[in-house]
Write a protein that binds this ligand. Sequence first.
Ligand SMILES: Nc1ncnc2c1ncn2[C@@H]1O[C@H](COP(=O)(O)OP(=O)(O)O)[C@@H](O)[C@H]1O
Ligand SMILES: [Mg+2]
Length: 284
Amino acid sequence: MTGTTATGGVAPDAVSCRGLRYSFGRTKAVDGVDLTVVSGEVFGLLGPNGAGKTTAIRCLTTLLPVPAGTVRVFGHDAAKERMAVRRMIGYVPQQLSADASLTGRENVALFARLFDVRRRERAERVALALEAVGLADAADRMAGTYSGGMIRRLELAQALVTAPRLLMLDEPTIGLDPIARTGVWEHITAIRAATGMTVLVTTHYMDEADQYCDRVALMHAGRVQALDTPERLKAALRDRRGDDSAPTLEDVFRDVVGGDLGASEEGGDFRDVRRTRRTASRLG
Ligand SMILES: Nc1ncnc2c1ncn2[C@@H]1O[C@H](COP(=O)(O)OP(=O)(O)O)[C@@H](O)[C@H]1O
Ligand SMILES: [Mg+2]
């Protein structure tokens, strides 16, 4: 799929992923994923713990190799043009990526230096990124004094300081209370509207994806089981049921995977639980 730009040129898709596979030993974490993220959209990769979301997103960021299949980011091959891909993306990992002993501004400045933002532009870009996530007033406080929602927004600023064309966020709202979750999403939405940036987000919160994503892929056991707009996925389930119920995206997911959501919030393996808790408690 390709889109036409305002100037009449053909814009490559932000992400084009064909037949992507990735295994850890005998565990097929990603088992043949095809998906396309159109330039400018907010795309949600949804699924329960263990579905393969983090592994897939790490392949897209070039942090993991692409052992089988092809991944292109704005037309650049993630296996062969890793640096070109890295220069276009911002990535907020699931794990904590901010340093509690630095101020918010110092944390963002560190990323600006690491990712080669030009020295004379740095101070301004850092300030703009902090402002974009609503942290201008708290910028000179230690990150260790921030709430969980503020930490997540700080990590968002770290990823934004390079002005990426594609922002990838892995479980941006995990472990946050509902108000903080809404705050994170409102900033993502506003930044997207202001910059036209493409956003790829993973989450296991179906309600958030329904509300904030243009299109979603439902991932289960390493595969994409359905992909469309939340509205069309829900309408299709309503048609299949042949009644006038109002299904949620979670109902769609249960229908598509045959009622088996696998590892639920209470489930997951020990590693998943430990990882979630560690992140949640650090973010406090
Ligand atoms: N570093 C790893 N070593 C071994 N197995 C892993 C590793 N990372 C993930 N897995 C396994 O791969 C599968 C997919 O995990 P992951 O991509 O983290 O899923 P999700 O992000 O959807 O929760 C799970 O079965 C998980 O246990
Ligand atoms: Mg994950």
